[in-house]
Design a protein around this ligand. Structure first.
Ligand SMILES: Nc1ncnc2c1ncn2[C@@H]1O[C@H](COP(=O)(O)OP(=O)(O)OP(=O)(O)O)[C@@H](O)[C@H]1O
Ligand SMILES: [Mg+2]
Length: 391
């Protein structure tokens, strides 16, 4: 493996010894020489050798000092150093290793032993560098992938928003159209007077305000929560349903929320992100119900049932539907990225992001199972026992 592609820096104050090492090593490596610690430091900086053979006993700067300085400089710290010395005292050897050397060779030495040791350390060093690069590359790759997923899921959420706004606007827009037509008719019939005009403006403004509020609501929905908060879980569900109930209604899906009537249930976490998860789950139920209808599995109304309960130290939310359940093919990898059974109709990141939010950000858990007639997703969230946890 080792060949002249490796550069070895030899540091020794005795010219005769440098000459000896040259003879032994010149066929195998590119060699550079330094007669003192100071020159060694300069050369190490400029040529970046793959390994340094370092004499211990030298005038001015000795080998230990040279090694310390090499290790203190980030540009040379990684270069493996093998001490070469006539010192045989075990304390000396120990301090050589403490100073950051990877090996210690005693003078006089056998040529093939020196070569074998240099080779071994070059290989180790190379392997380590290779592994480090791989790790850095892998981390970068994952970071980019994660960013892309987040971007994609944002785009998906935008798409949902736009179609929900379109739904919410349909009715007020129609009404506004009728009001406009009416003013034309009224004018022809000579009915437009101050009273009519006032009524017309106020009705029109009401409709416009309603549409404007819808946009505000959706904008708020997309905003990430800035910090962990204590919030009413049931209220978060209602906030989602207020925005998306029209879409569900047009899909003939009924949603029921079961929650204790006596007191609110609070959880700790990011409220808007939870709403994002709720929307993902409800959309999945909608898709499952529609696909079950297409396949003739269900004819009746679709339903989604949400049960919110408090257990010892957590809030447990069950979301079940009658969409025929999760395919066996995907049930084990449901929460992985890009797992979808919807072909072009899905990207397979809804549940991946949902898990990242619930488990990665909120210290909770999300699981899935099939129940009678459909799927059930369970979310567990930390309750409000440890306020100290809050960020
Ligand atoms: N309520 C459900 N009933 C049946 N299958 C489900 C249900 N929820 C999820 N699945 C299955 O899990 C798969 C992955 O869901 P996920 O939300 O991650 O992606 P998707 O809905 O396919 O695409 P995306 O959400 O990115 O648009 C779905 O394709 C579907 O097969
Ligand atoms: Mg989905």
């Amino acid at each position: 493996m080792a060949g002249p592609q490796w550069t070895v820096l030899i540091v020794d104050d005795e010219p005769g010894f440098r000459q000896l090492l040259r003879q032994i090593l010149q066929d195998k490596y590119n060699l550079s020489f330094a007669g003192s610690g100071a020159v060694a430091l300069e050369l190490a900086q400029s040529i970046r050798p793959d390994l340094i053979l370092l004499d211990i006993v030298m005038p001015e700067m000795d080998g230990y000092e040279t090694c310390n300085r090499l290790k203190a400089d980030p540009t040379t710290a990684d270069i493996p150093v093998i001490f070469i010395s006539a010192l045989s005292d075990s304390a000396e050897i120990v301090s050589a290793f403490k100073g950051g050397a990877v090996d210690y060779v005693r003078k006089p030495f056998q040529n093939d032993v020196v070569i074998a040791r240099i080779d071994t350390h070059l290989k180790l060093y190379n392997l380590q560098r290779h592994l480090e690069n791989r790790v850095v590359e892998e981390i970068e790759r994952r970071r980019l992938e994660e960013q892309m997923l987040i971007q994609q899921s944002k785009m998906a959420a935008m798409g949902e928003m736009i179609s929900a706004i379109a739904h919410q606007w349909k009715q007020p827009l129609n009404t506004l159209g009728l009001v406009m037509q009416d003013v034309e008719d009224a004018f022809k019939a000579g009915e437009v007077d101050a009273g009519y005009l006032k009524e017309f403006v106020s009705h029109g403004m009401d409709l416009i305000n309603l549409m404007s509020h819808t946009v505000d609501d959706f904008q708020n929905f997309l905003k990430p929560s800035k910090h962990k908060d204590i919030f009413d879980v049931t209220e978060a569900f209602y906030e989602v349903l207020r925005l998306f109930s029209n879409i569900l209604k047009s899909n003939a899906i009924t949603i029921a929320i079961n929650t204790p009537k006596t007191h609110p249930i609070y959880a700790t976490g990011y409220r808007n992100e939870l709403k994002q998860v709720i929307l993902n789950l409800i959309n999945n139920s909608r898709d499952a119900i529609n696909s079950a209808r297409k396949r003739g599995v269900i004819k009746k109304n679709g339903y989604v049932t949400i049960d919110i309960e408090e257990a010892e130290d957590k809030v447990v939310i069950n979301i079940s539907d009658n969409g025929g359940g999760i395919d066996n093919d995907v049930i084990d990898k449901l929460f992985d990225a890009y797992v979808t059974t919807k072909g072009e109709g899905g990207t397979g990141i809804g549940l991946y992001m949902s898990r990242a939010i619930i488990e990665g950000k909120m210290n909770g858990r999300i699981t899935a199972s099939n129940v009678e007639g459909g799927a059930r997703f369970t979310i567990e969230l930390p309750t409000v026992t440890q306020k100290g946890d809050m960020i």
